[in-house]
Design a protein around this ligand. Structure first.
Ligand SMILES: CC(C)(COP(=O)(O)OP(=O)(O)OC[C@H]1O[C@@H](n2cnc3c(N)ncnc32)[C@H](O)[C@@H]1OP(=O)(O)O)[C@@H](O)C(=O)NCCC(=O)NCCS
Length: 134
């Protein structure tokens, strides 16, 4: 069971970004281009991991990404980055992209993935995550 501190730290790192899907974000079918989605996912994972570590971080791996539902041009989407696991220097960030029905206010999970981020020093060497509130 996670400690209260760990849960507070996770909550403090939770990152949400809302975006509108513009024509330049789409593929020839008029839905969100996968490469754009991956860029947005990397951005939210970077922010969440930076907030968690309070250090510089880099992406070391995109573990798995599932594209479940196409996202049409003009959609409002929300990206959520949540640090769900940590190692000595690494963090697993679960990233979800939700499509929002602008009129109803409901959301549907469209894309989900896990990105692994590593805390690094100025020499790009992995550094340990701090384990207590300091
Ligand atoms: C990230 C980087 C510094 C890690 O260096 P490394 O020599 O592999 O370091 P280590 O072997 O000590 O691994 C560090 C951590 O990353 C994890 N890791 C390394 N490669 C991984 C992979 N492919 N998948 C998942 N985790 C990985 C290790 O398990 C370790 O985690 P832990 O400390 O929590 O146990 C190095 O791989 C790197 O510079 N990669 C390029 C990063 C980059 O340019 N990203 C794109 C721009 S942000």
């Amino acid at each position: 069971m996670p400690s209260q501190f760990a849960e507070e730290r996770r909550q403090g790192a939770l990152t949400r970004i809302t975006k509108l899907v513009f024509p330049q974000d789409t593929n020839p079918l008029g839905t969100l281009y996968g490469g754009t989605a991956l860029q947005w996912m990397d951005e939210v994972a970077f922010l969440a991991a930076t907030r968690y570590a309070r250090r510089q971080v880099v992406t070391v791996s995109m573990d798995r990404v599932d594209f479940k539902v196409p996202i049409p041009q003009g959609s409002i989407v929300e990206l959520i980055g949540d640090v769900v696991e940590t190692g000595r220097t690494s963090m697993v960030v679960r990233v979800q992209i939700l499509i929002e029905d602008a009129m109803a206010g409901t959301q549907e999970l469209a894309i989900e993935g896990r990105l692994i981020m590593v805390a690094v020093n100025a020499a790009m060497k992995p550094v340990a995550l701090s384990r207590q509130a300091d």
